[in-house]
Write a protein that binds this ligand. Structure first.
Ligand code: HPA
Length: 270
């Protein structure tokens, strides 16, 4: 894998003039952030050697390079999920490439179901910890010491300094936010009422189908990570209703400008 990462990074370097230290994966809720970027280069995933190829037509995806809040950034517009059939290595390969290109801080977002009874649809939850319930792990198999250590420390999966800054900015912007634990699992089914209840009992505030694999590989490579969820539906006892993908998308899009504004300010102040 090391050679593939180097090859991909070399290809990308030929197409960019910047050296971003900040990487952003535009998950649900952050897509609009791209409108605030002064774009210097765009590379479609299908042109990038070794990059996972999207199986869904019209969801090709691209890397976007440019300036945001005065900082050089590298963004992934289009993300890979485990439920789509990608391996953990494929999902997290772009994170390895980001690291090889010089990215030191990774920003992630997602749509999530809320188990915490204080949460409402449209709320933002800064992720300060996670529980990994995916059935496979991105670091399974032989470890390449050039990429990271065999047994990575996970005592601070989400950077405390960035979390503190984000809370300050939210207070200044009068933005109501929560902080909590995200549980990542495979999907693609949403949870049953009993599953939501159990996920809350074991310590989860929100649940979703992404973010944890990317966080693990980012931590393995020595990056700091900031992540936030948009609560798109509730898995609170007695309040579990039918959920559809359309509802999740609508709730995520409605709350997106708040989260995009917060992340843009955070990047600006780094
Ligand atoms: N469960 C899992 N993933 C999700 C949910 C949920 O309730 N909402 C948005 N993504």
């Amino acid at each position: 894998m090391f050679e593939a990462i180097q090859q991909t990074a070399a290809y990308i370097r030929q197409h960019i003039t910047t050296t971003p230290a900040i990487g952003v994966i535009l998950g649900s809720g952050l897509g609009g952030l791209i409108d605030s970027v002064d774009i210097s280069a765009e590379i479609p995933y299908e042109d990038i050697p070794n990059f996972p190829v999207s199986t869904v037509e019209g969801h090709a995806g691209k890397l976007v390079f440019g300036t945001l809040g005065g900082k050089q950034v590298m963004m992934m517009a289009g993300r890979f999920h485990y439920y789509e059939g990608y391996t953990m290595q494929e999902i997290t390969f772009p994170i390895r490439v980001m690291k090889a290109l010089g990215v030191e801080t990774l920003f992630l977002s997602n749509a999530a179901g809320g188990m915490n009874p204080n949460f409402k649809v449209g709320d933002i939850m800064l992720i300060d910890d996670h529980i990994n319930l995916f059935p496979t792990h991105p670091l399974t198999g032989p470890n390449d010491e050039r990429l990271g250590t065999r047994f990575p420390d996970m005592s601070e999966p989400y950077d405390h300094t960035l979390l503190a800054k984000a809370k300050d900015i939210a207070a200044e912007q009068n933005l109501h936010i929560h902080t909590g634990t995200y549980i990542g699992l495979q999907g693609p089914t949403f949870e049953t009422p009993a599953e939501y209840k159990w996920l809350h009992v074991i310590g989860g505030d929100a649940v979703g189908m992404s973010t944890v694999p990317e966080n693990i590989v980012a931590k393995h490579s020595g990056m700091r990570v900031f992540a936030a969820s948009i609560i798109t539906d509730l898995g609170v006892a007695g309040q579990v209703h039918k959920v559809s993908h359309e509802e999740v998308l609508a709730a995520a899009n409605a709350a997106a400008p708040k989260l995009a504004g917060l992340v843009a300010s955070l990047i600006h102040r780094m």
